[in-house]
Design a binder for this molecule. Sequence first.
Ligand code: FEO
Length: 164
Amino acid sequence: MISAKIQKALNEQINKELYSAYLYLSMAAYFQDTGLEGFSRWMRLQADEEREHALKIFDYVFDRGGTVKLAAIEAPAARWSSPLAVFKEVFKHETFVTKSINTLVDLAVGERDHATSSFLKWFVDEQVEEEASAGTIVNRLEMAEKAPGAMLMLDRALGARGDK
Ligand code: FEO
């Protein structure tokens, strides 16, 4: 059984993951509007991943005899000034999520809730990947700003996400 405090924190994390899905879906819509369909596809798959993250926590809370209470999801922004601005926001948002996961781990360790600490390890590792992939795309977009045509090549590359 999880403590009320851990249950509350996990419920809050579900909300953050669902907000991430909502934010990335809004970014997918922005890219769709601007004709960058590869970026849009990448973002849509990212939104799907975030929903999976929320569901992973959802299932864990029930596995531990707790319950889930969903809260309102904040409306995300709908417009950005450029693809680079979008990915800078993704990177910033992922560092925020990383901090939130780390705080959760601290809480679990503090309560000597080893099962929750172990469960959260997957999220700690996932955040390393999430920050790295957003950071790489920020770097590529910074380079693309100086090279005409590079944006479309990048759009094609990101649009291949999920193939194979
Ligand atoms: Fe679920 Fe991108 O953190």
